[in-house]
Design a protein. Structure first.
Length: 111
C-alpha cells in the first residue's frame, strides 16, 4: 500500500473533490435530461471520489482537518461549475463566503 503515499494528502483531496465536482456536473445534466445512464455514471464518479479520499485520510489521519478541507474544496469546485458552465449567478454575500472558504483551506492545510 505504499503507492497510497506517493502523492501528498492534499493531492488526493484535490482529486477527490474534482471527482465530486464532476459528479455534481453530471447531476445537473441529469436534472436537465434524466436517464439511467447518467445515474450509473454519477454513482461511478462518486465512488472514484470516495476512493481518492481514502489515501488522504490515511496519510493525515485527522478527520476534522481533512474533512473540512475536502468540504470546502468540493464546494468551491461545485460553485465554479455552476457559475462557469451553467451560468448561475452569485450575490455579494455568496462571493464573500467563497473567499472565506478558500481562506479556511489555506489555514486548515497549515495545521
Amino acid at each position: 500500500m505504499k503507492f497510497l503515499f506517493f502523492f501528498p494528502y492534499i493531492a488526493w483531496l484535490i482529486l477527490s473533490a474534482l471527482f465530486f465536482a464532476f459528479g455534481e456536473y453530471l447531476s445537473k445534466k441529469f436534472a436537465l435530461a434524466p436517464s439511467f445512464s447518467y445515474v450509473a455514471l454519477i454513482v461511478g464518479i462518486y465512488a472514484l471520489g470516495t476512493l481518492a479520499w481514502l489515501p488522504a485520510i490515511l496519510q493525515k489521519n485527522q478527520l476534522s482537518i481533512v474533512g473540512a478541507i475536502w468540504s470546502v474544496m468540493s464546494l468551491l469546485a461545485t460553485v465554479v461549475i455552476g457559475v462557469a458552465i451553467f451560468g448561475e449567478h452569485l450575490n455579494t454575500l455568496a462571493i464573500i463566503g467563497l473567499v472565506l472558504g478558500f481562506l479556511s483551506i489555506l489555514l486548515l492545510s497549515l495545521a
